[in-house]
Design a protein around this ligand. Structure first.
Ligand SMILES: NC(=O)c1ccc[n+]([C@@H]2O[C@H](COP(=O)([O-])OP(=O)(O)OC[C@H]3O[C@@H](n4cnc5c(N)ncnc54)[C@H](O)[C@@H]3O)[C@@H](O)[C@H]2O)c1
Length: 380
């Protein structure tokens, strides 16, 4: 197959900048696509640090202003790895310049921003995707296959958690590098847009749209010093959020997220109960899918722990040999692999901006319900 180059211009070289760079570098060693990503340019605001990152990861050039990056004729795809408050501006400018866009989640700080982003990419007809990467962990992709094959039968319950414990200290400041997630102006919201957004994206993908929600939030530490102003300021994010949901298919949802669950670093779990079978998954054991099928012979009926490493399980034929597992970083490699395959067919990759907007709308409804104390319909 003749290979075509796909020149990547990435904005932001923090946590996600690293996971994406790693994925772009590895993907063509494991997946055969017509397009091969080229690390053309990395953009950061500090020239020396950006240069250091470029040298370490193999970027051909650097920019210190994302507007310059977008103007460049030699860039095909803009990858947005910056905090949430810059997603909209960068994405709209990139769409207007005719670039393909890969944007980190959540799509935006709220649905009003997200709607403008959807209008921009659809108006400019540029290929787009949002990095809800957990969908592409093989065990999660396999859960999707099992549900789509109808093996669970009618679904009754969807339950998800995303628990962390890193913001319990009242001395932790808000805002600035590494701590923008605690600053509502930069993040949009707290655990709802940051962590529950992942759970909601997976839930919608696996179990369909959410009709309405009722939620509660809490901000346990009410004031924190702001890194950028040096002043003690009110904390505007939700530290914890729990919500109930009704899905369009009639099933009930229960979601919880907090950064105050001592002992938990990134405990993302979900469980789905259907009339015939149930599925459980746990990010800390991400290569396993727990499966219970009521139709099994009675004396052997019970929970099975399936090790998702076989070549007939999603994505695994591209990796090692059966029995040898892969991990977190590979979900990003898979997203790039799917994006490249879709570029060849001139198709956007799921979740597209429009699909990711649905998640942001659910987040908005949860936060509105927590304020009003009543059930909220999710906007269409
Ligand atoms: N998919 C996932 O699982 C996942 C995980 C973590 C973060 N995220 C998302 O990725 C995005 C980035 O998060 P992160 O954890 O990598 O944050 P980070 O703080 O580690 O990195 C952000 C980077 O953006 C840079 N930056 C900020 N404003 C900029 C600007 N105007 N121009 C150029 N660079 C700029 C910062 O200097 C930093 O390098 C967020 O939207 C976050 O929600 C997604």
């Amino acid at each position: 197959m003749t290979k075509k180059k796909l020149n990547v211009g990435m904005v932001g070289y923090g946590f996600m900048g690293r996971t994406h760079s790693n994925a772009f570098r590895k993907v063509s060693n494991f997946f055969d696509n017509e397009h091969v990503p080229v690390l053309k340019a990395i953009c950061g605001r500090n020239e020396a640090n950006t240069r250091g990152f470029a040298d370490k990861w193999g970027y051909e050039s650097i920019e210190t202003d994302w507007k310059k990056l977008i103007e460049r004729k030699d860039i095909d795809v803009i990858d947005i790895c910056t905090p949430n408050d810059s997603h909209m501006e960068i994405a709209i400018a990139a769409a207007q310049a005719g670039k393909m866009i890969m944007c980190e989640k959540p799509l935006a700080r709220d649905a009003a921003e997200g709607e403008k982003m959807v209008a921009a990419v659809e108006g400019a007809k540029v290929l787009n995707t949002v990095w809800y990467n957990y969908r592409r962990i093989p065990a999660v992709s396999m859960a999707k296959q099992l549900i789509d094959e109808g093996r669970l039968g009618k679904i009754f319950h969807y339950r998800a958690n995303f628990l962390q414990d890193w913001t319990i200290s009242a001395d932790l400041p808000q805002g600035g590098a590494g701590l923008w997630r605690l600053d509502a102006a930069a993040a949009g919201s707290g655990v709802t847009g940051d962590l529950l957004a992942h759970c909601i994206d997976t839930a919608i993908w696996l179990n369909g749209s959410i009709k309405n929600v009722t939620g509660m939030t809490e901000t346990f530490v009410k004031e924190r010093k702001h890194t950028l102003t040096g002043k003690v300021e009110k904390v505007g994010i939700d530290d914890a959020c729990s919500f109930l949901a009704r899905f369009q298919n009639g099933s009930l949802g229960l979601f919880e997220s907090t950064r105050y669950a001592r002992g938990h670093k990134a405990l993302y779990t979900f469980e789905i109960n259907g009339e015939n079978a149930s599925i459980k998954w746990d990010l800390h054991d991400l290569h396993r899918l727990e499966w219970y099928d009521y139709r099994d012979e009675g004396k052997l009926r019970g929970w099975k722990s399936i090790h998702i490493t076989d070549s007939d399980q999603p994505y695994m034929k591209n990796w090692w040999v059966p029995g040898l597992q892969i991990g977190y970083e590979h979900s990003f490699v898979h997203q790039v692999a799917d994006f490249l395959a879709n570029v060849a067919g001139n198709k956007s990759t799921s979740p597209t901006f429009r699909e990711a907007l649905e998640t942001t709308r659910v987040c908005d409804s949860v936060l509105a319900s927590a304020k009003s104390g009543s059930w909220m319909d999710v906007a269409k």
